[in-house]
Design a protein around this ligand. Structure first.
Ligand SMILES: CC1(C)Nc2nc(N)[nH]c(=O)c2N=C1O
Length: 159
């Protein structure tokens, strides 16, 4: 089993319910356990203005699934939640991003690992730091130092 981290995001419909339902689906994936998940966070949307605040969380998985197989499952869960590939950076019912899969490095048309924006997004790093405070970000050192170095981005508990 390898450790993988998945970022969850939603800002349409009932975001918190969609995130909780997705966490339940992740915990039931084949060859997979979900030993930890963060609290839900509220943050202003990065990207086009005029869309609702996002609900974000991060889950830790222990999985025997290979990265692309895990990605297939994440995309199926997104589709079931009503994810339609609309405008780039538009509002969405559910976004599941594979952040890390062990020490795996991949760069193909479907999947980039580590996730290329992993070290740049407070709405990913804050929940990730909650469940993996000792994590070293590949190429960026300790997660706490990276969080301190990022420009301020409003983030708060969801409820
Ligand atoms: C549109 C874009 C980049 N902005 C986001 N902004 C926030 N706050 N949270 C997200 O999950 C998120 N996801 C995205 O894909």
């Amino acid at each position: 089993m390898l450790k993988a981290y998945v970022a969850l995001g939603a800002n349409l419909g009932e975001p918190a319910l969609q995130i909780e339902a997705a966490l339940n689906r992740l915990a039931q994936l084949p060859e997979t356990r979900l030993p930890a998940r963060s609290r839900l966070y509220r943050s202003a949307p990065l990207g086009p203005a005029g869309q609702p605040d996002y609900c974000n969380a991060v889950a830790a998985l222990e999985t025997g699934l290979e990265p692309h197989a895990l990605l297939d499952h994440l995309q199926a869960i997104e589709r079931d939640a009503g994810r339609v590939r609309g405008e780039r950076w538009g509002a969405r019912y559910l976004d599941l991003d594979l952040l890390l899969h062990g020490d795996c490095r991949i760069d193909d048309e479907r999947l980039k690992l580590p996730h290329p924006e992993l070290a740049n997004r407070v709405f990913v790093l804050q929940p990730l730091a909650e469940i993996a405070p000792a994590l070293e970000l590949p190429g960026h050192g300790p997660i706490s130092a990276r969080l301190a170095a990022l420009p301020h981005w409003e983030i708060a508990p969801w409820a």
